[in-house]
Design a protein around this ligand. Structure first.
Ligand SMILES: Nc1ncnc2c1ncn2[C@@H]1O[C@H](COP(=O)(O)OP(=O)(O)O)[C@@H](O)[C@H]1O
Length: 178
């Protein structure tokens, strides 16, 4: 529930978006962070599949076109309440008011190449995703869509990076003042 403090309405617990190119570690980081903080983990990809919030197939990117309005309608009450960690490889269609912090995970291209080929990506899908990371598409999208002060870029190359990132974000969540 949101509370009014010094004339500003703040959520009891913050909402975070963990974004980045596929393979940068969003689901690993977001689920570990949810476990450490008891916030709710929401994977948009899983939600879209489970509720069939999609229409048609994007041949170029080899994924469904998602029905963005359905995703927003489905999650709006939870986001107003607060305490959510959202994982998605995009950020420009969410309402800006949803997020108190936007984290963009970054991975070096050679490391990302190995992760994506291990996942079975090849051809255009592999090169599109590597280019997405190389041209920092998600970082620019986050900067274009949210206030500068809530966007953070974090490196996600090693297991140690994951523990450091989870620890930094846990401290930030625990220090949140409604
Ligand atoms: N910082 C990291 N260091 C080492 N391995 C990682 C790191 N981040 C992710 N991985 C591994 O890379 C793969 C993809 O991670 P995942 O969390 O599914 O990425 P995303 O959700 O961004 O697609 C998984 O096998 C995961 O264990």
């Amino acid at each position: 529930m949101a509370r009014r403090n010094r004339g500003v309405t703040r959520r009891e617990r913050p909402n975070l978006l963990i974004t980045g190119t596929p393979g940068t570690g969003k689901s690993t980081t977001a689920s570990a962070l949810a476990e450490a903080t008891n916030l709710r983990y929401i994977c948009i990809g899983d939600l879209v599949k489970e509720k069939e919030f999609y229409h048609g197939w994007d041949n170029e990117l080899e994924c469904h076109f998602i029905n963005e309005d359905s995703v927003i309608d489905e999650l709006d009450d939870a986001m107003i309440e607060g305490g959510n960690i959202v994982d998605y490889h995009g950020c420009d269609f969410f309402p800006q008011r949803w997020f108190d912090r936007v984290v963009v995970l970054r991975t070096e291209n050679s490391v990302l190449y190995d992760r994506l080929t291990n996942r079975g990506y090849s051809g255009t899908k592999l090169s599109n995703n590597l280019q997405c990371e190389m041209y920092q598409v998600l970082l620019e999208e986050a900067h274009d869509s949210y206030d500068e002060e809530i966007v953070t870029e974090l490196q996600s190359n090693t297991i140690e990076d994951i523990s450091n990132n989870v620890s930094t974000l846990t401290d930030w969540i625990n220090a949140w003042q409604p």
